[in-house]
Design a protein around this ligand. Structure first.
Ligand code: URA
Length: 252
């Protein structure tokens, strides 16, 4: 059964810093709580030990609305020229696009933060999922869990029917004799291809196109499972995923 929690502990669980820092935020008036009445302004709470039911709690912390999430699941529209690494080598890390509580969420007493579910290349744009749910990352990355991912591909040379056929029937990449094939492949223009993959090998789209004698000029992931990147999520923006969107991804 869900338990009431002290406000300082709730803030700590959401990544707002140590319990001491969180208590300070509350005592200094930086935390407000929304009531049940729709549209009503949030009320300040300066008692760090005040207890609330965390599930469904909507807070405003340092002027930013922050709904409580036991686990964080977010989507990010990854812009080009960013790296999916905590320690990037050339471009800024995608993690700098997230607010610090998402990066500082604790797990088993240590700062853990959300992690990307798989990676996109530096120059690839589009839908990226991040979470602090290790089991979800494991499930999504398991080779047995064939979650389809849809890529919009711009190629250098005009596509021909033979290339499309080979992508669907399977091409051999240099690290594995077993052919990899696209689950779906549709030419949407002479230089544009929509490719659905159910595996996630390193540089898979680029290597598959190279294997059929073409070259990827631009790559954008538009969909994971049945979840499409929303049109109104601009590059660099992130958003919480709700339960229905999670079901669209994992098909659960
Ligand atoms: N395939 C690639 O080649 N690059 C990506 O970023 C994703 C899939």
């Amino acid at each position: 059964m869900a338990k009431r929690m002290q406000l300082q502990d709730i803030l700590y669980s959401q990544g707002f810093g140590t319990r001491r820092v969180c208590a300070g935020l509350v005592q200094q008036g930086w935390v407000q709580i929304y009531g049940d009445e729709p549209g009503a302004p949030p009320q300040s709470c300066t008692d760090a030990l005040a207890e609330f039911m965390p599930e469904g709690l909507r807070m405003r912390v340092q002027g930013q609305d922050w709904p409580y999430h036991a686990k964080a699941y977010v989507m990010l529209h990854k812009p080009a020229a960013t790296e999916c690494s905590q320690k990037p080598s050339t471009y800024p890390s995608i993690y700098t696009l997230l607010p610090s509580p998402l990066r500082l969420r604790p797990q088993k007493g240590a700062v853990q933060g959300v992690q990307a579910v798989g990676r996109l290349d530096q120059d690839t744009t589009g839908l990226l999922l991040l979470t602090d749910d290790g089991q979800f990352i494991h499930r999504m990355s398991s080779p047995r869990h064939h979650v389809p991912k849809v890529y919009e591909v711009t190629v250098k040379h005009p596509l021909d029917a033979h290339q499309i056929e080979r992508l669907c029937q399977g091409v051999v990449l240099d690290d594995d004799p077993k052919p990899v094939r696209a689950a779906a492949c549709e030419a949407v223009g002479p230089l544009h291809l929509r490719l659905t993959l159910t595996e996630g090998k390193y540089h898979q789209v680029k290597r598959m196109l190279a294997a059929v004698g073409n070259r990827v000029e631009a790559l954008h992931r538009s969909q994971i499972g049945q979840l499409r990147l929303p049109d109104d999520l601009a590059p660099g923006q992130w958003r919480w995923l709700d339960a229905a969107q999670l079901r669209l991804i994992a098909g659960a």
